[in-house]
Ligand binder design. Sequence first.
Ligand SMILES: C[S@@+](CC[C@H](N)C(=O)[O-])C[C@H]1O[C@@H](n2cnc3c(N)ncnc32)[C@H](O)[C@@H]1O
Length: 213
Amino acid sequence: MAFDTGKRTQTPLLKRGGAFFRQWMLFARQFARHPGMVGSVIPSSPALVDAMLEQVDWASTRLFVEYGPGMGTFTRTVLERMRPDATLLAIDLNPDFVGWLKREIHDPRLHVVEGSAADVRRFMAGCGHQAADYILSGLPFSTLPRGVGEAIASETAAALRPGGEFLVYQYSAFVRPLLEPRFADVQDRIVWMNIPPARIFRATRTAALAQAA
Ligand SMILES: C[S@@+](CC[C@H](N)C(=O)[O-])C[C@H]1O[C@@H](n2cnc3c(N)ncnc32)[C@H](O)[C@@H]1O
């Protein structure tokens, strides 16, 4: 459910669809240059963005982290739904995407950094946070260099607050074995309205330590 700021409204589906097709060519060019890093030839669909973000409790979210924002397909909608006093930290390895996001999206709540998601805790500390409420990943886990997926999954579990959630979309179940040993609960389902249809995972960090205390 969206957090009602009283100022921002949801972008109409048609307008978001138009932006989606305008970005298609730019995104495809990056895929042609860096296929393993970008992992998909077109950005995610508005239906996938909605399916991922409807899982978020916006009212309690103070730090939202996004891995692999690309051209901001999720970033803009996260900002629309986020509290006015929350922070969105977006981390991308591709300097062209980082430059594009910095030029195109102006919101004081957004921090865009160039680097690897494996360094998430260092980037969080850089913007004054110790723990994230949600981390959303658009990373192509199946084509990342050997060992990088494992490192990112471990760092993500350490970066989330107890009970925090790692939300992942993928085109296969490749990521599940990376999530299961590190998270208390892993759920997944398929979103058909995307090219190709996507599998979305919701991995919850254990809250056991807080309960045992
Ligand atoms: C499939 S694209 C997702 C783009 C966008 N979120 C979307 O859904 O349309 C994957 C993104 O992950 C980024 N990426 C790849 N490896 C990364 C890493 N280790 N750390 C951060 N970003 C990475 C790529 O540069 C690219 O922007």
